[in-house]
Design a protein around this ligand. Structure first.
Ligand code: ZN
Length: 505
């Protein structure tokens, strides 16, 4: 390879890493805003983040970046498919082509508006006051619409947004996956709910002191292999995980002293994301080769640990005695089987993040339909609460008592994360397909979990998924790892094999 091409590649990487470093500073401020920032500090924080994001964008869309990409492509520096070089050139080029169409002023305005909208959402949710949030949501949607028009899209404006989170996915491809899945899922939900069997969930609503929940949650995260020397756990309103740099991955949770599930499974979920971030190759930090593939793949990791591991009987065979030791007063009269059944209670509920595995994806289908509709201009912001409740009744046969438990529950819209929700369902489907393959490769995982041994699964995920960064796009990765394209079948098989026996259906 010629020296000048090598020099060009080196410069492209240096510029990309520099941009990532600026964005990671903004991410630290964002993490702080969602954990410790005093309420009155949100306006000045919005300006700080907006300035950094604007700087990063300007640096990235410098025509020199385009020149370097052009030079490398013309010189064939990216000819070896899936090599580190090809991965970086392919994905930097993709991001560059998108970013250069967006005015920096729009990037900055969106960043500032969404930080303020987030603060407004926190207050609106507390008071269940949709009216006070409405102007913010209108502003955010308008900015995202401008963004979609700027970057362009194959068919639907909503495609432009989905593509930010799940590169290459569109309304059409996701709609197709959901279509077949919906029919089987709705049928299965009906059978489970109609079975008449119900666990005693009151054991989960006993008193669980917060300090002890934190201890048990950290034990679970450590058992999974989350490295607390390279990460932290903090409190927030809406749990998330963020990778701030090599050796610095933050996970967050919220505690409810009268409900066991929220924090415990929330921590396992975020630690699942955290393992992905900690498993990325540090020598490629700041370049696509060292970053997660997509949000769907990210979610496949968190959901696998939260549900396929964390809600399995084998996991609790190991963990229940530990939980009993910590919550002695609360759990001393509870049997393992009853506890396991309780954490697998299937019941239509209002809050997505607390929904069981069986009904969860119905929450996503509803949001996907709504986002699609308001992006086509078929749904006005004014009508969101009513349409939300109507769809909720249709899918889950219950009506939210207020907007806090309805359309105000999620952080995404205030943060401008529109097009993000469908990645949750993709994540569930990916996770089941990966997990089935891991079981095939690793033998009896249940026997390992019963012994408190989770290292083999973690290593398998590291080797097959984490360490590759963006070498493969999501669809390709699924094929490379499992030998098959994405299908909803493994997920339905998983649901049936687990909930069938529990509910006798
Ligand atoms: Zn997640």
């Amino acid at each position: 390879m010629s020296e000048s091409l090598e020099k060009a590649y080196k410069e492209l990487i240096e510029r990309t890493v520099e941009v990532s470093r600026i964005y990671s500073c903004a991410a630290v401020l964002d993490w702080d805003q969602k954990t410790y920032l005093p309420r009155k500090g949100s306006d000045s924080r919005a300006q700080q983040i907006s300035m950094l994001v604007g700087m990063g964008h300007q640096k990235f869309v410098d025509p020199k970046v385009g020149d370097l990409i052009g030079e490398l492509k013309a010189g064939g520096y990216d000819k070896e498919e899936f090599s580190d070089e090809e991965t970086n050139i392919r994905e930097i080029s993709r991001a560059y082509e998108k970013a250069k169409k967006v005015p920096t002023s729009l990037v900055m305005e969106t960043a500032e508006t969404t930080v303020k909208a987030d603060a407004a959402w926190v207050e609106a949710r507390k008071k269940s006051d949709f009216e006070s949030f409405k102007p913010w949501l209108e502003k955010v949607i308008e900015l995202k619409r401008q963004y979609a028009e700027a970057v362009g899209y194959p068919k639907e404006p909503y495609d432009a947004l989905i593509d930010d989170y799940e590169p290459g996915a569109t309304v059409e491809t996701i709609g197709k996956v959901l279509e077949d899945f919906r029919v089987e899922l709705v049928d299965f939900v009906g059978r489970v709910i109609g079975s008449g069997k119900k666990p005693d969930t009151s054991i989960l609503s006993r008193h669980y002191p917060v300090d002890k929940q934190e201890i048990l949650g950290k034990m679970a995260a450590s058992a999974m292999g989350f490295d607390f020397d390279s990460g932290r756990l903090d409190k927030t309103t809406h749990p998330f995980c963020t990778g701030l740099g090599v050796g610095d991955v933050r996970i967050t949770t919220r505690y409810n002293p009268h409900h066991f599930n929220d924090a415990f499974f929330g921590i396992m979920h975020e630690a699942g994301h955290g393992l992905y971030e900690q498993g990325l190759d540090p020598k490629h930090w700041g370049t696509p080769r060292g970053e997660a593939v997509s949000l769907g793949i990210h979610e496949s990791q968190s959901r696998m640990w939260e549900n396929m591991v964390g809600r399995s009987l084998s996991f609790w065979k190991y963990f229940f005695p530990l939980a009993k030791g910590i919550f002695y007063e609360t759990l001393r009269d509870v049997k393992l089987e009853d506890f396991h059944f309780a954490v697998n209670n299937v019941e239509p509920s209002f809050i997505r993040v607390e929904a069981d595995e069986v009904t969860y994806n119905l929450h996503i289908m509803l949001r996907f339909e709504m986002e699609y509709a308001f992006f086509r201009g078929e749904l006005k912001v004014d009508d969101i609460p009513a349409v939300w409740n109507e769809k909720f009744k249709h899918y889950l046969d219950i009506t939210p008592p207020d907007d806090a438990k309805g359309c105000l529950q999620d952080v995404h819209w205030s943060n401008g994360l529109i097009g993000y929700f469908p990645t949750y369902t993709l994540g569930n489907l990916y996770s089941a397909q990966f997990f089935a393959k891991a079981k095939e490769d690793l033998g009896d995982l249940d026997e390992q979990f019963e012994r408190g041994s989770f290292g083999e699964l973690k290593q398998w995920l590291h080797k097959n998924i984490h360490t590759h960064g963006q070498r493969y796009r999501a669809g390709k990765l699924v094929e490379v790892v499992t030998g098959k394209p994405l299908s909803h079948k493994p997920f339905m098989d998983y649901l049936k094999s687990k909930f069938g026996p529990l509910y006798g259906v």
